[in-house]
Design a protein around this ligand. Structure first.
Ligand code: PDD
Length: 285
């Protein structure tokens, strides 16, 4: 049984209880982060903390947990659950006002903080070679996708829709342009050899993994162009890939049934995945 974190305590998962009046439960009034772990160490921890603080500020949620508190929590959770490879999920809700009311109280609530571990293979994955297939579906999420809230119902529905279509995942499309994957950032490599990535606006989550991968890409792997790309361009691309803490870099080898290249991981995606894993191992804390 896992040990989970709840408001300063480490408890068996069956004993972690949150009020039915918690605004995270009633209104998805909560933000979260997923930090990947390899060799028992945290990858890009400071980037995730910074984004949690930005998300909380956007939602006017006071009392963000500090870096040291979160670092201790993540390290304790990894140690107590013998996590060597996988993810640590943590969430901060606005708290429990004691009743259901759309308006949240102006007086500060005590935020609810939870954290737990998930074992998962991140480095050795067959999909790193075979790639994943995606279908494009309309992006009907709210217009503050840059805030990492637990409002994930639309993304969940689109993943289910993708599975029903026989694909692994969904790429979301707004006005003909791909915004991002259901839980990953989306990028393509054109036949001219340029990596195209969506601008950092409010229609996508500003991925911590993508930020590191793009930085590495610019250090001599591939030229990067920041602009949105259409579904047609994606289907015509030499390569496509997704980035996320839970994926690192994974090739996308099929879009709406159209095979890209020879249907396996392309050279730029492979190089970026290798370079990112090396960076992650060397910089994990
Ligand atoms: N998802 N876009 C969306 C919509 C996401 O949910 C995620 C992450 C990303 C990638 O962000 P990062 O590189 O910081 O993980 C992009 C996490 C892994 C999840 O919800 O499980």
């Amino acid at each position: 049984m896992r040990t989970v974190y709840l408001n300063g305590q480490y408890v068996p998962e069956t004993e972690a209880k949150v009020s039915v009046f918690d605004r995270g439960f009633l209104f998805a009034d909560a933000v979260y982060e997923v930090v990947s772990v390899i060799d028992g160490k945290l990858i890009d921890f400071d980037g995730h903390v910074a984004r949690l603080h930005r998300s909380m500020a956007e939602l006017r949620m006071p009392q963000p947990p500090g870096r040291e508190e979160l670092l201790t929590m993540c390290r304790e959770l990894a140690a107590r659950n013998a996590l060597t490879e996988g993810m640590i999920y943590f969430e901060v809700t606005r708290g429990n006002p004691g009743d259901r009311d759309f308006l949240f109280p102006s007086a500060e609530l005590q935020p609810t903080i939870v954290g737990f571990t998930q074992n998962a293979p991140l480095v050795d994955r067959p999909q790193a070679e075979s790639g994943v297939s995606v279908v494009t579906l309309p992006d009907r999420r709210w217009q503050m996708a840059h805030v990492k809230t637990t409002q994930l119902l639309y993304a969940s529905l689109m993943k289910a829709e993708a599975k029903a279509c026989g694909a692994d995942d969904a790429w979301l499309v707004r006005d003909g342009f791909v915004t991002e994957g259901s839980s990953q950032n989306a990028h393509i490599v054109t036949k001219q050899g340029k990596l195209i990535t969506h601008p950092l606006d409010s229609s996508i989550l500003h991925g911590i993994t993508q930020s590191a991968v793009l930085e590495l890409a610019r250090q001599g792997v591939v030229e990067v162009e920041t602009r949105s790309f259409t579904v047609e361009e994606a289907k015509d691309a030499a390569e496509a890939m997704v980035t996320a803490a839970s994926a690192f870099v994974l090739p996308v080898t099929r879009i709406d049934g159209v095979q890209l290249g020879d249907g396996t991981c392309g050279p730029i995606t492979r190089k970026l995945r290798e370079t990112y894993i090396e960076f992650a191992r060397n910089s994990a804390i």
